[in-house]
Each structure stands twice: as structure tokens, then as C-alpha cells.
Design a protein around this ligand. Sequence first.
Ligand code: 1PR
Length: 565
Amino acid sequence: SSSGSVVTLLDYGAGNVRSLRNAIRYLGFEIEDVRTPKDILNADRLIFPGVGAFASAMDVLVKTGMDEALCTYIRNDRPFLGICLGLQLLFEYSEENGPVKGLGLIPGVVGRFNSSNGFRVPHIGWNALQIAKDSEILDEIGDRHVYFVHSYRAIPLDDNKEWVSSTCNYGYDFIASIRRGNVHGVQFHPEKNVGVSVLRRFLHPNSRGTKVVFVPLVLIHLATFINSYVHPSSSLIDSQRPTQGKASKLAKRVIACLDVRTNDKGDLVVTKGDQYDVREQTKENEVRNLGKPVELSGQYYKDGADVVSFLNITGFRDFPLGDLPMLQVLRHASQNVFVPLTVGGGIRDFTDANGRYYSSLEVASEYFRSGADKISIGTDAVYAAEEYLKTKVRSFTSLGLVKTGKSSLEQISRVYGNQAVVVSIDPRLVYVKSPNDVKLKTIRVTKPDFTRTFNGYAYLVSGPNGEVYAWYQCTVNGGREGQPIGAYELAKAVEELGAGEILLNCIDCDGQGKGFDIDLINLISDAVSIPVIASSGAGAVKHFSEVFTKTNASAALAAGIFHRK
Ligand code: 1PR
């Protein structure tokens, strides 16, 4: 291909840019990576997807001399697109672990969202833009939502007015994109869904709609793809979703989950359990096989899922890096699924049969490199929280708890940012006679009991011996072992340790199709200020409305209802 279809990418190796690479290739472009500052100066078009923390990104830029090259390139009005941190770095300072000095091209300071007034931080999900001025690359967005995932933002000021091309509201207006001449920056992710039109408009400045003429082979796919988001033919839920806050148009997300494991024949299959039991009730007792992970993820993306999650449900015993099929699944899925991909299962320290030690950070990094946008930690987060809570008695600090910084959760969120780390909780309801029976947070149960039937009346909310109080016990290893810690205590601890989001399952409701556990979701979403994903039990569309109106969940995840079409 001619140099006309090459784009230069500044990827300093701090994180996952695979989904961006996939989207660029999808649009028919080849990628040349920046190796030296000279590559920046010689670029025809430069994309700078910032990942990780502001300070470490600036460190790399300064050490390599790329900071000056970037400033020269941008001052010369060369075609530039900064994404997320790649936009934030253009400002004067960031408060992230700082103040830390930025490139200083745009007046303003990058600060943190505050989580008061019910606005959860990080800001994660699909939100609407308010266009401030013509920016060309945003032309096809209209009132459709774009994907944000960040805790820091810059705000529009008189000083930076000439730069701001759009804002977004999350409690207040922040800068969603900037444009001056050929220099563009977006806080949202243009590699996701309708955002891809932004990427395409940047790469093909003169193209309109689907009329991309110089990449004929890609044209057909592209047109189909664009049509699929311009005129979504089918959608799991339409775009009129309930929103958080008044002015903010952050949509509640609907997440399709694929529980994946190898069956007895050794094939990686999508499976689905009833209360976590994935084996058929037949003589052979085989693992339920619902299809192939890559195909199903592609289908759910086309159907309108906002996020696709893969959970490697036997990760606790099969080491994921030995389990290459799962990494293969990710690589293939991420080529065709242009919504965020979350992957969990088996993220922990591990020593293989040859004595080679792998840290949980290495495991997570491999997931990110293979195409995950976020990783999810289950079992290991329970252990980390238990260790953390034990420090209470030993410490004299004001909080009374000491972070070692050594848990998988802390390490991964330090390197990749907490917006990339989900903690998956697998709780089970345990009834008690009195709240004083346990030292853990209990609730008065208001929901019907999903596990036992007593013929359908209100008093059936109580436990088998008439109990009305309960706590939610955390489990590890796919629900196989109960731990002496409650979901409430766990959620608060992992928030402090760096979790950016909580995936809240419920073993009692899983696969039952009778609705989400509203008590549990209220308990947890009121306890933390990070987003909470409600999971387990969806059996009808009304269950999604119910969970979004009766709780503060930011997203709802389901599996069986989608598998059953
Ligand atoms: O502990 O870090 O190795 O992670 C293992 C991950 O696998 C955890 O996130 C854990 O939740 C998940 N997992 C382990 N065993 C099972 C199982 O089903 N036997 N699945 C399992 C979790 C719950 C959801 C399910 C929802 C919605 N299953 O994934 O998709 O309950 O289902 P529904 O809509 O059909 O009701 P680690």
C-alpha cells in the first residue's frame, strides 16, 4: 500500500492498545510504531493513545526525548490525534499523583472527578457529547453515545476555549474533545462502536459517511459495519436508557457474559450454570456446551451489548497462560468486537511445573496484550481483602488499615489504572437468626427466596427456619469454598485496594431467571463509590428495568437470557 494508508502510532508500551490497533487495521490502515523522536517528526499522521498513569507517561516521554518531538509536531499543526491520557498530557499539569507537569500546549489542569452526588468514579460507560464547535472528526456522532473510562478530566475554561470542540456532562461539564487545525484530542475511546467513525474521519479527512474509496476490499466490510451502528438493526436494549444524575447522559450498560471453560473433550466452550453448576443433569454429567466463545462474542456485539465479558471459570485450577486457547479467543474476539472486552479467571501468582514463577501482573499483562480492555479478579481479590482487613489490629494509622501494595489487585491497578481492574464477587446468601450472630454486615431480607420454594407468599422471604436476617458470604474457586468475609466488607476493602469496578454476582440467583438480587445490589452499590455491575438472575427485559430503577447499579450483566436468545 502507499504511504497514504499508513498511520504512525506512539505506543510507549504502558498498556493495552490492541483494540485501537485492531480498529485502525479494520479501517484499512497499516501501523508504524514510533521508536525514536525522529519517527514522530516524520509522521504523516500520528495517533497517541495514552495509557497508564500521567506521571509515568510523562517520565517515558521526557527520558526518550519524545516530549520535545511531540511539542514540535503539534506546534507545526501536523495531523495528530491524542486519546484519553494522550489528550490529558497536552495540558499544563495533572493532579494524578501530582501535580505533575504535562506538555503545556493547552491551558488548564487535569483533575480528578469527585465522587459526591452519586457520580461514581471512574466515569465508565457510554455518554453523550455536546458539540462546542466544528471539529470535523465528530461529524458522525450526532446524539449517539461514546465510550469513556477515566477518573481524571480537564475542564473548559476561558483560557482553553479556542481548543474545546466538545464537552460531556458527568456532574459538571468536562472536556470531551479538543481541536485546533489538524490537532485533535479525545477523552473518549474512538476504537469503540460509533467512536470508530471519529478514527476514520481523522484517518480519511475527506471521507463522508461510508464513501471510502481507496480501500476497495475493506469497503464492503466497512459499509456493513458502519450501517450496523448508524442503523442498529437489533439491539439488546434501545438507546433510551435511564441515566445517572440530571444533566449527565451516562447510559446504564448492558453486559453479555460468556462463562468459558474446557469441556471433558478439551475444547474451550461457552457454558452456563445453575447456581454455578455447569454440568448437565444426565448420566454422562457433561459440561453444558452452548457454543464457541469467539462466535458468540461477535454475535452479542452485533446485537448491541455494551461490553462483552469472558470469565475463564476454571482459571483457579488451570493456569491461564498455560491455557493458550483462552488467549487465542481474546485475540480473535478483539478483532471483531468493538466494545470493551473484560476478561477474568486465574489472575494470581503461579509457579509452573518447571518451577518458573509468574506474577499475577504478568498474567494480567498477557490478557491485556491479547485484547482485554479490562481484567477481572475473583478469588485472589478475596484473599487480598482478607489480608488487608487483618492489618487493622496491627496498625496505628488513622484509617487503621495498611496497604502492602503487593496484592495482585494493587499491583495491576497501579500499572494499568484502576479503571482497568474489575473485582468479581461470588456471594451466597446465609441466613442468621439475629444480626448479632455474626460480626459482619447483615440485612433484613426483602426479596423472595430464590433457592427454596414455600408456595409463593411475602413471608417466604425468610430463611428455612423463619430467619429474616442474612449476610452475603464471599466464595472462592468458582463458588466451591465459602470464606469468612462478607460481600459488603469485601467490596469496601477492594475499593480501597484499587478496584475500579465491582462485578456483583449472586450464586443463589445465577441461572434462575427470576430477577437480580435487589437487596444485595443495594447493599453493595450504597457501600462503595465505584461503579457496580449487577449480575445473576436476569430472565426477562423487565428485570433490567427493575435493577436500574430500584438500585444504583451502573450496569447489568447477564448470560442465560442471551444464550437462550
Ligand atoms: O476466581 O479470579 O479465577 O475468577 C473466576 C471467575 O469465574 C469469577 O469471576 C467467577 O465469578 C467466575 N465463575 C467461576 N465459576 C463459575 C461458575 O459458574 N461455575 N461463573 C463462574 C460466574 C456468574 C456469571 C454469570 C451470571 C449471569 N458465573 O458469570 O454469567 O451469574 O448469569 P445469568 O444471567 O444466566 O443468571 P478467579
